[in-house]
Design a protein around this ligand. Structure first.
Ligand code: NAD
Length: 301
């Protein structure tokens, strides 16, 4: 039986735990939060409901889930160790050497970090790669891998075995690939709300009803290549490429992230979901994601 160790079991670590467990791995969890067991239980309930609906075949028998108060005990004998503690470099610098010391020499040590590069994460003597997943980890296939190429190749094989889609990033860069793209969208969304151009709900609808659907099924470039018609991508670029240098965007300019802006966004965004609780929203999201992954071809699952 393969074993995964999950260090930090919040939103993302809990999702990793569910992904491994429901694919037949034993999972050992280390998280000092007294609520950790309850929180994983909630993620697992979502995963047990949604993940089987993704496949026409039965999933393997679930592995064994254990909780540990000692990090080294959780890590011992694991083939995959996933660090998912909060996104603070000082904390990751404290945890990764502890993991390294307890890890088997051939184990993959992955960090869920959304933004840090392997060269920032690793102190002398540690050898973590970035294995950056997407929430909910138990459903979304993509994992961005960054770091030592042999370890990334080993990691990619393991991830494919648990129904994921590894994408190895060619060079390390802040925020990898997907969060780089998302940051640009975030930045513009912050401006649109701050300047009173659109509410959070209107921005979400502009994504959901239009380009979000296009992007889910074919991404950015292939979608636009089709828009270029018979004459193809060169024609599309000739027509629309120059517009990209017009001052449509605020480029690197980010609005001041002060209390007023946070309150404005939070009040609009919290009101947007009406009477639906976070649990209701998670179920809605999971049903939609399962339906989309099943309907779309060319996804990793
Ligand atoms: P979170 O706050 O939900 O969970 C962090 C967990 O780490 C908590 O349960 C906390 O108790 C635990 N923790 C704190 N100190 C610890 C320690 N010393 N040892 C072990 N556990 C400890 O955060 P999250 O959203 O799950 O993010 C975790 C990582 O995943 C971050 O690096 C983040 O950038 C990355 N990530 C987040 C998302 C997302 O959408 N939330 C997506 C991809 C990657």
């Amino acid at each position: 039986m393969s074993k995964a160790a999950i260090i930090g079991s919040g939103v993302i670590g809990g999702g990793w735990a569910a992904r491994f467990l429901l694919n037949g791995w034993d999972v050992a969890v280390f998280d000092p939060d007294p609520q950790a067991e309850r929180k994983i239980g909630e993620v697992l309930a979502n995963a047990r409901r949604a993940l089987p609906a993704l496949y026409d075949r039965a999933l393997p028998a679930e592995g064994k889930l254990t909780f540990h108060t000692d990090l080294a005990e959780a890590v011992a004998g694991a083939e995959w160790i996933q660090e998912s503690v909060p996104e603070t470099l000082a904390l990751k610098h404290r945890i990764l050497p502890e993991i390294q010391q307890a890890a088997e020499p051939e184990a993959v040590i992955g960090s869920s970090t959304s933004g840090f590069k392997p060269s920032e994460l690793n102190a002398p003597g540690t050898r973590a790669i970035v294995a950056h997943p997407f929430n909910p980890v138990y459903l979304l296939p993509l994992v961005e891998l960054v770091g030592d190429s042999a370890t990334c190749a080993q990691a990619a094989d393991i991830l494919r075995g648990i129904g994921m889609y590894p994408l190895t990033v060619r060079k390390e860069i802040d925020a990898h690939i997907a969060d780089r793209l998302l940051e640009a969208v975030w930045r513009e969304a912050l401006w649109l709300v701050k300047d009173g151009i659109a509410t959070t709900g209107e921005i979400d609808e502009s994504i959901r009803m239009g380009f979000g659907i296009r992007w889910a099924q074919m991404g950015l470039f292939e979608t636009y290549r089709i828009a270029g018609g018979e004459a193809g991508m060169a024609h599309f670029m000739a027509q629309f490429g120059p517009a990209l240098s017009w001052p449509w965007t605020k480029l690197m300019d980010v609005p001041e992230f002060n209390d007023d802006l946070v309150d404005l966004i939070a009040s609009q965004s919290d009101a947007q979901s009406g009477h639906l609780s976070i649990r209701d929203l998670e179920r809605l999201r999971d049903d939609n994601v399962v339906g989309m992954i099943r309907a779309l071809r060319r996804t990793g699952s």
